[in-house]
Design a protein around this ligand. Structure first.
Ligand code: ASP
Ligand code: MG
Length: 459
């Protein structure tokens, strides 16, 4: 069995849904289970409709209604199918009317509200696939075994789901049926509808794949997979063929928003491969995310950067041979709920980074009591995701490159995750640094045995 997940842009209209059917047809022999998101930006539109009901007391579902009715018409679905969809749209109107009357939107009601996106898309797509002879059967997630806790807005699936999901789905795929399941949503023990957090349908798909011990989880997006760098910065960015779960998590955190780290968790548990594919370019091989490599040929997988970072240097001779100093420093950050990203320490100093958005005046005042504090904004983190067993080689080449382009490196840290080497440069120099590193690690001549070419000379 395999799981195929299609996101909002892959099912945005009738044409895209037809295209999905073509892709699914090529995989039927592998017994697919489909997971779908809401069509296009429907989830956002639902949230906007809720805001309007709440703020202005108005009920407007025109945009949502039009998209779904038009899609059904374009797909030439029967009146029978309409009979399934219209009541859902009516229920949605009533819910919004309720919100507009009581002018209150609890987290529970909000989850109920956004669930309509996936419930509508799955019914329409399943009906269409069925008409093509694919033996499709649409499921709301709870009918496919998804039971969650009651943490509305970011619910977690309960343990029983791991048994219920395969019990429900495997007999169907074994019998040649094509289950089409709503992503993103679940139901708690009391029967309230919950959601797994924005972008949660990836997690629905990886959960099914892991729970059913599927051969792989395919996540169909609108990009060619995970790229070696942000294509807006590096023209020659290329899709990465294979990465480990660890590398993909680091990449997601550092700005390559391809797959949420949480979405990989179920497959990490079971070692199920996750394949990121482009529904707009199905021929492209995509990126395969796996647990470990047998043999590495190249040292670096990808290079990313994150701007708007603040660098804080804390220097105190009190630190020498003392204990408890770091605790005091981190307690100050905790007091102001500031989340620290990178950290590097020496005998007498500690440097760390934060996202710039926060107000640091109070923190500075506190820390100044115990150390000399220097706060610098306008920094960027450049991260190299690669094989840290080869960190000496990676660092040597990275520093050499920075030296060649005249960019001073202001702080360095190598995470214990063994895949991440990060350093700080000025915001204004981040793009140039990424481009230069990309050129060195990915665009230079490769020697036949997979070794990288030697350093370019300075001339
Ligand atoms: N439709 C939901 C969202 O937009 C879930 C998803 O697409 O994964 O967040
Ligand atoms: Mg979406």
């Amino acid at each position: 069995m395999i799981v195929m997940k299609f996101g909002g842009s892959s099912v945005a209209d009738a044409e895209r849904i037809r295209h999905v059917a073509e892709i699914v047809k090529t995989q039927v022999s592998r017994k697919p289970v489909l997971v779908l998101s809401a069509m296009g930006d429907t989830t956002d539109h639902l949230l906007e409709a809720a805001d309007e009901a709440l703020m202005n007391g108005t009920v407007s579902i025109d945009r949502i209604k039009e998209l779904h009715l038009k899609t059904m018409k374009d797909l030439q679905l029967s009146a029978e199918v309409q009979k399934n969809i219209v009541p859902l749209l009516d229920e949605l109107s009533q819910l919004l009317a309720g919100i507009s009357l009581i002018r209150e939107l609890t987290p529970r009601t909000k989850d109920y509200l956004v669930s309509f996106g996936e419930r509508l898309s799955v019914r329409i797509a399943a009906a269409y696939f069925n008409g093509l002879g694919l033996k499709a059967q649409g499921f709301d997630a709870w009918d496919a075994g998804f039971v969650s806790d009651s943490n509305f807005g970011s619910a977690e699936l309960v343990k029983e789901s791991w048994d219920l999901i395969p019990q429900k789905l495997i007999p169907l795929t074994d019998a040649g049926a094509l289950p089409v399941v709503t992503g993103f949503i679940a139901r708690d023990a009391e029967g309230n509808i919950t959601t797994l957090g924005r972008g949660g349908s990836d997690l629905s798909a990886t959960t099914i794949a892991a729970a059913c011990k599927a051969e792989e989880a395919q996540v169909w997006k609108d990009v060619d997979g995970i790229l070696t760098a942000d294509p807006r910065i590096v023209k020659n960015a290329k899709p990465v063929g294979t990465v480990t779960y660890e590398e993909a998590s680091e990449l997601a955190y550092y700005g390559a928003q391809v797959l949420h780290p949480r979405a990989m968790q179920p497959c990490i548990k079971t070692g199920t491969p996750v394949l990121v594919k482009n529904s707009y370019n199905p021929e492209a091989p995509g990126t395969r995310i796996i647990s470990a490599f047998e043999k590495r040929t190249i040292p670096v997988r990808a290079i990313t950067s994150r701007k708007n970072v603040t660098l804080i240097d804390i220097v105190s001779t009190r630190m020498l041979g003392q204990y408890g100093f770091l605790e005091e420093v981190f307690a100050a950050f905790a007091r102001y709920h500031l989340s620290v990203d990178m950290v590097a320490t020496s005998e007498v100093s500690i440097s760390l980074t934060l996202d710039t958005a926060q107000d640091l005046d109070a923190l500075k005042k506190d820390l100044s009591k115990i150390a000399k504090v220097d706060i610098r904004t306008g920094k960027a983190i450049v991260t190299i995701i690669g094989d840290v067993r080869r960190s000496s080689e990676i660092l040597a080449r990275a520093f050499r490159t920075c030296e060649l382009i005249g960019v001073p490196v202001q702080m360095v840290s190598q995470g214990a995750s063994k895949v991440n080497i990060s350093f700080i440069v000025d915001d204004t120099e981040a793009a140039e640094t990424v481009r230069a590193l990309h050129m060195d690690f990915f665009e230079s001549l490769k020697l036949p045995d997979g070794q990288q070419a030697p350093f370019r000379s300075k001339s």
